[in-house]
Design a protein around this ligand. Structure first.
Ligand SMILES: [Zn+2]
Length: 315
């Protein structure tokens, strides 16, 4: 059975909003898999991938339940904003698990935590490069103190089928201050991944296809469907990886492309002032592969310019 509805986020200190969700209940028992798109409203391939999956998952053939959040951050999606909500200026993916009586981003996070994440056995938070980010696909595999959870997440990361897997050891461990959507699952003992496929405000088929195939790969791994794409045969684990931030506010000129190998000290981008003068150079802090680079001109001091991951043998 496939049922769609909206989760109503009531008005509070600011206007309310709605979150469109679909629940596909399989004919056979099995795990509950939550798929969350649109935490960032300018990231389109995950949103389009869920539309395709909604139409292609057959409840009669499904073991378990799929919960889809089609657009988590409706104010940002309809307002076409990068990173931050047009209503409260907050980054939804930094305010989890949210607050019942907070601003709208916090109330959205609160609703998704209770109505989706805490009801799931597995959570995939689907992203891409935001409207300003040019990106090669990769998966964040979080590492915790819980070996069972780590093993489950390692298995899911391979099952998703994207070969670059970033090992992330730096997420908060307090469930009341989980900050990130997938980390809200993880701090509650639920395996979660963050996926990145696409970017620059585009909705290209290749990026959408990778997400659709990835979800089907995870569903196969969890035995929710009988057949699906095979796991990654030769993963490239990235450990360490670093987000490089801008030392200045101004106009950004990118000098490297996604998937390019760089050395420690390679200039990733140049930042000028608004007159084209006083360039600051942003260098790579390590040898590695460019996972994303900001490829549009506006940049503020402290904001990400690029993410570089250092390939290693094993997770
Ligand atoms: Zn995002």
């Amino acid at each position: 059975m496939t049922e769609s509805r909206t989760i109503v986020v009531p008005a509070g200190v600011d206007a309310g909003t709605e979150i469109p969700v679909t629940v596909i209940t399989g004919a056979q028992a099995g795990p509950v898999l939550a798929l969350i798109a649109g935490n960032h409203g300018y990231e389109y391939p995950p949103i389009l991938a869920l539309q395709r999956l909604r139409g292609s998952i057959d409840a009669a053939e499904l073991s378990g339940t799929v919960i889809m959040v089609h657009v988590a951050n409706m104010p940002s999606f309809l307002g076409r904003t990068v990173y931050f909500s047009p209503v409260d200026g907050k980054n939804l993916n930094r305010v989890y698990p949210g607050r019942q009586h907070g601003t709208v981003s916090e109330r959205i996070a609160w609703a998704i935590t209770r109505e989706v994440i805490e009801k799931a056995g597995y959570v995939l938070d689907l992203h891409c490069g935001d409207g300003n980010e040019w990106l090669r696909p990769y998966v964040y595999q979080m590492v915790t103190a819980d070996e069972r959870l780590n093993a489950e997440m390692a298995r899911l990361a391979l099952a998703f089928g994207i070969d670059h897997i970033l090992i992330d050891r730096n997420r908060p461990t307090d469930p009341e201050h989980s900050l990130y959507c997938s980390n809200t699952a993880i701090t509650r003992g639920i395996p979660g991944l963050t996926i990145e496929s696409g970017g620059l405000g585009m909705s290209d088929d290749a990026s959408v296809d990778a997400i659709v195939a990835g979800v089907r790969g995870v569903m196969r791994e969890l035995k929710m469907i009988a057949a699906g794409p095979a796991p990654v045969a030769r993963p490239v684990y990235l450990d360490p990886a670093e987000v490089v931030t801008s030392p200045a506010t101004g106009i950004l000129y990118w000098l490297v492309k996604p998937n390019q190998m760089v050395k420690k000290g390679t200039v990733l981008a140049r930042i000028t002032d608004f007159f084209g003068q006083l360039p600051a150079e942003v260098e790579s802090p390590l040898d590695g592969v460019v996972l994303y680079v900001v490829a549009t001109p506006p940049i503020s001091k402290g904001q990400p310019v690029a993410c570089i991951g250092s390939p290693c043998e094993r997770a």
